[in-house]
Design a protein around this ligand. Sequence first.
Ligand SMILES: O=C(O)CCC(=O)C(=O)O
Ligand SMILES: [Fe+2]
Length: 389
Amino acid sequence: MATAEIKIGQVDDVQELQRTCHATVPERYVRDGEERPDGAKVCDHAQIPVVDVGELPRDDELNKLRLACEEWGFFQVVNHGIADELLDEMEKVTREFFMLPLEEKEKYPMEPGGIQGYGHAFVFSEDQKLDWSNMLALGVDPAFIRRPHLWPTNPAGFTETLERYSGEVRALCRRLLSHIAETLALAPGTFNDMFGGEAVQAVRMNFYPPCPRPELVLGLSAHSDGSAVTVLQQDASCAGLQVRRDDAWVPVHPIPHALVINLGDSLEARKQAINLHNDFNLHRVRACVCGCVQVLTNGRYKSVEHRAVTSEKQDRLSIVTFYAPAYDVELGPMPEFVTDDEPCRYRRFSHGEYSRHYVTSKLEGKKTLEFAKINNSTESELLKRTEAA
Ligand SMILES: O=C(O)CCC(=O)C(=O)O
Ligand SMILES: [Fe+2]
């Protein structure tokens, strides 16, 4: 989207706003009834599953992972192999960055309509409601997506820590993707081979200042992630992430040094019998990859809507890594997940195309995935025939 077309009006820095707004919240942050934190039921007694990565691929833990992917699309991982000290260090430098004076943070500005730097992504119009948060977003891998001038040199050590952290998170994503493949009775290397050497990794750091009227605002609008898997590190002392479960929102209670994992749009696939153990064939998959987890699995595993709410008393920080296929990887339901009973639900597109669509749309539930959906049976039938030819 060209910068000139975007009129977004005044978008304030929320930390500055919080210092000056006292007991009121500007109208642009006040959500309509059903979008408010209490606009739908909040289900405090349910919990997203916890998976012990150290126990994978033992059968019972693998089964836990399968159920977590099928029924929740969200889980926390413990024993994930990333040292507590590195997580603490990453949290420390990120928090130090957000605590800098505004003019220092503005040395790394996110352009209107842009997605990297310090500012507000996903704002495209003057009448759009705004989120009660500030963010710093950076492309990490492959090298050509990096914008080195947007990587903070203050606080000292930020870049080195983010590099080390991103390397470890990448290894965790690859490990989780191989176990997720196993839960689908696919060869462990399936997704990692498919995603290519130029798998895309980006990080978004969200800072939610305390809000005088948390019942009126959202820290981050409801959305699903455009990634394959997302790794979220959150403040141990303040909950705020909520996951959509049917008609209710389920709060994610932080476990110290655990990481929250969720499946992105690209892995979603459809529920059906899979019988591919023996005839798995990488060449076929490469040719037919038409979708990231939700799309690749034709809906069997789903990306799940989530949002962040704020607190009156405490600020909150989250550090979120998105891991996705290389831009030129063509996505679409893998043949293993398409049958006569379960026709192809998504068309083919490259991850680059989807990524462009995602970052130029406002965060709005799972709307961005409409881009990939096949809406009528004729189109679906046609695709099946093309596939067979
Ligand atoms: O801060 C959170 O807990 C949610 C962040 C998130 O969903 C995102 O950055 O995509
Ligand atoms: Fe998210």
